[in-house]
Design a protein around this ligand. Structure first.
Ligand SMILES: O=C(O)COP(=O)(O)O
Ligand SMILES: [Mg+2]
Length: 219
Protein backbone atom coordinates (compact mmCIF):
# COMPACT_ATOMS: atom_id res chain seq x y z
CA UNK A 1 0.00 0.00 0.00
CA UNK A 2 1.31 3.44 -0.97
CA UNK A 3 1.83 5.67 2.07
CA UNK A 4 4.02 8.43 0.67
CA UNK A 5 5.00 10.19 -2.52
CA UNK A 6 8.56 11.47 -2.80
CA UNK A 7 9.30 14.21 -5.31
CA UNK A 8 12.30 15.61 -7.07
CA UNK A 9 12.23 19.44 -7.10
CA UNK A 10 13.80 21.23 -10.12
CA UNK A 11 11.99 20.40 -13.35
CA UNK A 12 9.47 18.29 -11.42
CA UNK A 13 7.51 20.51 -9.02
CA UNK A 14 9.04 23.84 -10.03
CA UNK A 15 10.45 25.38 -13.16
CA UNK A 16 13.59 26.89 -11.65
CA UNK A 17 15.77 26.90 -14.77
CA UNK A 18 15.24 30.66 -15.41
CA UNK A 19 16.63 31.49 -11.95
CA UNK A 20 19.46 28.96 -12.26
CA UNK A 21 20.31 30.53 -15.62
CA UNK A 22 20.26 34.02 -14.08
CA UNK A 23 22.45 32.94 -11.13
CA UNK A 24 24.94 31.31 -13.52
CA UNK A 25 25.24 34.45 -15.60
CA UNK A 26 25.65 36.64 -12.51
CA UNK A 27 28.65 34.49 -11.60
CA UNK A 28 30.09 34.57 -15.12
CA UNK A 29 29.53 38.32 -15.38
CA UNK A 30 31.43 38.87 -12.13
CA UNK A 31 34.33 36.81 -13.47
CA UNK A 32 34.41 38.58 -16.82
CA UNK A 33 33.46 35.34 -18.57
CA UNK A 34 30.93 34.90 -21.40
CA UNK A 35 27.32 34.08 -20.53
CA UNK A 36 25.61 30.73 -21.11
CA UNK A 37 22.29 30.40 -22.93
CA UNK A 38 19.05 29.38 -21.28
CA UNK A 39 19.07 26.01 -23.07
CA UNK A 40 22.60 25.34 -21.89
CA UNK A 41 21.68 26.19 -18.29
CA UNK A 42 18.64 23.93 -18.38
CA UNK A 43 20.62 21.07 -19.87
CA UNK A 44 23.27 21.38 -17.10
CA UNK A 45 20.72 20.85 -14.28
CA UNK A 46 20.21 17.44 -12.70
CA UNK A 47 23.43 16.29 -11.06
CA UNK A 48 23.64 18.99 -8.40
CA UNK A 49 25.32 22.38 -8.14
CA UNK A 50 28.91 21.19 -8.38
CA UNK A 51 28.34 19.34 -11.66
CA UNK A 52 26.30 22.27 -12.95
CA UNK A 53 29.25 24.60 -12.33
CA UNK A 54 31.71 22.18 -13.93
CA UNK A 55 29.54 22.00 -17.05
CA UNK A 56 29.14 25.78 -17.09
CA UNK A 57 32.88 26.34 -16.69
CA UNK A 58 33.65 23.83 -19.41
CA UNK A 59 31.17 25.48 -21.77
CA UNK A 60 32.65 28.96 -21.41
CA UNK A 61 36.37 28.22 -20.93
CA UNK A 62 36.77 24.84 -22.65
CA UNK A 63 37.99 23.06 -19.50
CA UNK A 64 37.91 22.66 -15.73
CA UNK A 65 40.64 23.98 -13.45
CA UNK A 66 40.16 22.80 -9.85
CA UNK A 67 40.83 26.18 -8.15
CA UNK A 68 38.64 28.05 -10.62
CA UNK A 69 35.87 25.44 -10.35
CA UNK A 70 35.90 25.77 -6.55
CA UNK A 71 35.72 29.55 -6.80
CA UNK A 72 32.88 29.48 -9.35
CA UNK A 73 31.04 26.91 -7.22
CA UNK A 74 31.20 29.13 -4.13
CA UNK A 75 30.04 32.14 -6.14
CA UNK A 76 27.23 30.14 -7.69
CA UNK A 77 25.92 28.94 -4.31
CA UNK A 78 25.76 32.54 -3.12
CA UNK A 79 23.55 33.66 -6.01
CA UNK A 80 21.62 30.39 -6.22
CA UNK A 81 20.27 30.73 -2.69
CA UNK A 82 18.88 34.15 -3.55
CA UNK A 83 17.45 33.37 -7.00
CA UNK A 84 13.66 32.88 -6.78
CA UNK A 85 12.09 35.68 -8.73
CA UNK A 86 11.49 33.67 -11.91
CA UNK A 87 10.79 30.28 -10.31
CA UNK A 88 7.30 28.96 -11.06
CA UNK A 89 5.37 26.03 -9.64
CA UNK A 90 4.20 23.77 -12.49
CA UNK A 91 0.46 23.84 -13.23
CA UNK A 92 -1.82 21.93 -10.83
CA UNK A 93 0.99 21.00 -8.43
CA UNK A 94 -0.57 22.75 -5.40
CA UNK A 95 -3.93 20.94 -5.80
CA UNK A 96 -2.15 17.64 -6.37
CA UNK A 97 -0.07 18.03 -3.18
CA UNK A 98 -3.15 19.06 -1.19
CA UNK A 99 -5.05 16.05 -2.50
CA UNK A 100 -2.28 13.63 -1.50
CA UNK A 101 -2.16 15.19 1.97
CA UNK A 102 -5.95 15.06 2.19
CA UNK A 103 -5.75 11.34 1.45
CA UNK A 104 -3.37 10.89 4.38
CA UNK A 105 -0.19 10.35 2.36
CA UNK A 106 3.16 11.60 3.60
CA UNK A 107 5.30 13.75 1.28
CA UNK A 108 9.06 13.61 0.82
CA UNK A 109 11.54 15.62 -1.23
CA UNK A 110 14.68 14.15 -2.79
CA UNK A 111 16.53 16.75 -4.84
CA UNK A 112 20.10 17.26 -6.00
CA UNK A 113 19.71 20.99 -5.32
CA UNK A 114 21.92 21.78 -2.33
CA UNK A 115 20.02 22.01 0.95
CA UNK A 116 20.34 25.76 1.55
CA UNK A 117 18.95 26.85 -1.85
CA UNK A 118 16.33 24.11 -1.43
CA UNK A 119 15.21 25.45 1.95
CA UNK A 120 15.26 29.01 0.58
CA UNK A 121 13.10 27.98 -2.39
CA UNK A 122 10.65 26.10 -0.16
CA UNK A 123 10.29 29.14 2.12
CA UNK A 124 9.78 31.42 -0.91
CA UNK A 125 7.07 29.11 -2.30
CA UNK A 126 5.24 28.89 1.05
CA UNK A 127 6.19 25.21 1.32
CA UNK A 128 8.27 25.33 4.50
CA UNK A 129 6.22 22.57 6.14
CA UNK A 130 5.01 20.83 3.00
CA UNK A 131 7.46 17.92 3.05
CA UNK A 132 7.94 15.57 5.97
CA UNK A 133 11.51 14.71 4.97
CA UNK A 134 13.83 16.75 2.73
CA UNK A 135 17.16 15.48 1.39
CA UNK A 136 19.29 17.82 -0.75
CA UNK A 137 22.22 17.16 -3.06
CA UNK A 138 24.72 17.85 -0.26
CA UNK A 139 22.82 16.20 2.61
CA UNK A 140 24.78 12.96 2.22
CA UNK A 141 28.26 12.14 0.92
CA UNK A 142 26.67 10.88 -2.28
CA UNK A 143 24.01 12.41 -4.52
CA UNK A 144 21.52 11.00 -7.05
CA UNK A 145 21.82 8.85 -9.20
CA UNK A 146 23.24 7.00 -6.20
CA UNK A 147 20.12 5.50 -4.62
CA UNK A 148 21.21 6.46 -1.06
CA UNK A 149 19.44 9.87 -0.95
CA UNK A 150 16.13 8.34 -2.04
CA UNK A 151 16.53 5.51 0.46
CA UNK A 152 17.32 8.09 3.17
CA UNK A 153 14.00 9.84 2.50
CA UNK A 154 12.16 6.50 2.66
CA UNK A 155 13.82 5.64 5.97
CA UNK A 156 13.26 9.17 7.28
CA UNK A 157 9.56 8.75 6.61
CA UNK A 158 9.64 5.49 8.61
CA UNK A 159 8.57 3.56 5.51
CA UNK A 160 9.84 0.85 3.18
CA UNK A 161 10.29 1.00 -0.61
CA UNK A 162 7.04 -0.75 -1.59
CA UNK A 163 5.17 1.95 0.33
CA UNK A 164 6.49 4.87 -1.74
CA UNK A 165 6.44 6.25 -5.26
CA UNK A 166 9.17 8.53 -6.54
CA UNK A 167 8.27 11.28 -9.03
CA UNK A 168 10.98 13.00 -11.08
CA UNK A 169 11.76 14.58 -14.43
CA UNK A 170 15.28 13.57 -15.37
CA UNK A 171 17.60 10.76 -16.38
CA UNK A 172 19.18 11.16 -12.95
CA UNK A 173 15.86 10.51 -11.18
CA UNK A 174 15.02 7.52 -13.38
CA UNK A 175 18.42 5.96 -12.71
CA UNK A 176 18.10 6.66 -8.97
CA UNK A 177 14.71 4.95 -8.84
CA UNK A 178 15.89 2.01 -10.92
CA UNK A 179 18.97 1.47 -8.75
CA UNK A 180 16.93 1.82 -5.55
CA UNK A 181 14.26 -0.58 -6.82
CA UNK A 182 11.55 2.05 -6.41
CA UNK A 183 8.37 2.63 -8.35
CA UNK A 184 8.91 5.72 -10.53
CA UNK A 185 6.60 8.22 -12.20
CA UNK A 186 8.13 10.44 -14.90
CA UNK A 187 6.92 14.04 -15.31
CA UNK A 188 7.62 14.62 -18.99
CA UNK A 189 7.61 18.43 -19.07
CA UNK A 190 10.82 18.89 -17.06
CA UNK A 191 14.49 18.96 -18.04
CA UNK A 192 15.13 15.46 -19.46
CA UNK A 193 17.14 15.13 -22.67
CA UNK A 194 16.23 11.52 -23.53
CA UNK A 195 12.91 10.60 -25.18
CA UNK A 196 10.51 9.67 -22.35
CA UNK A 197 9.76 6.23 -23.79
CA UNK A 198 13.46 5.32 -23.62
CA UNK A 199 13.72 6.13 -19.92
CA UNK A 200 13.04 3.83 -16.98
CA UNK A 201 9.59 4.54 -15.51
CA UNK A 202 6.43 2.79 -14.40
CA UNK A 203 4.11 5.54 -15.56
CA UNK A 204 4.46 9.00 -17.07
CA UNK A 205 2.34 12.12 -17.31
CA UNK A 206 2.56 15.70 -18.56
CA UNK A 207 -0.26 17.10 -16.40
CA UNK A 208 -0.42 16.80 -12.63
CA UNK A 209 -4.18 16.23 -12.80
CA UNK A 210 -3.34 12.80 -14.27
CA UNK A 211 -0.73 11.80 -11.71
CA UNK A 212 -2.87 10.34 -8.90
CA UNK A 213 -4.97 8.31 -11.34
CA UNK A 214 -1.87 6.74 -12.88
CA UNK A 215 -0.07 6.26 -9.60
CA UNK A 216 -2.45 3.61 -8.35
CA UNK A 217 -2.62 1.61 -11.59
CA UNK A 218 -0.98 -1.79 -11.17
CA UNK A 219 2.11 -2.62 -13.24
O1 LIG B 1 20.17 20.94 -8.81
C1 LIG B 1 20.16 20.04 -9.67
O2 LIG B 1 21.11 19.75 -10.40
C2 LIG B 1 18.91 19.24 -9.89
O3 LIG B 1 17.93 19.40 -8.93
P1 LIG B 1 16.77 18.30 -8.90
O4 LIG B 1 17.42 17.06 -8.37
O5 LIG B 1 15.74 18.92 -7.95
O6 LIG B 1 16.24 18.16 -10.28
MG1 LIG C 1 14.85 17.45 -11.62
Amino acid sequence: MIRAVIFDLDGTLIDSAPDIHAAANQVLEGEGLPHISFDQARSFVGRGARVFVERMEHAVTGGNEPARTAHLHAQFLYFYERAHEHTRIYPHVPEMLAELRGNGLALGLCTNKPLRPTQAALAYLGWKDMFDVVIGGDSLDVAKPDPAPLLAVVTGLGLTLPEIIYIGDSETDAETAERAGSRFGLYTKGYRKTPAEQMFHHFRFDDYRQMAGQMFQPG
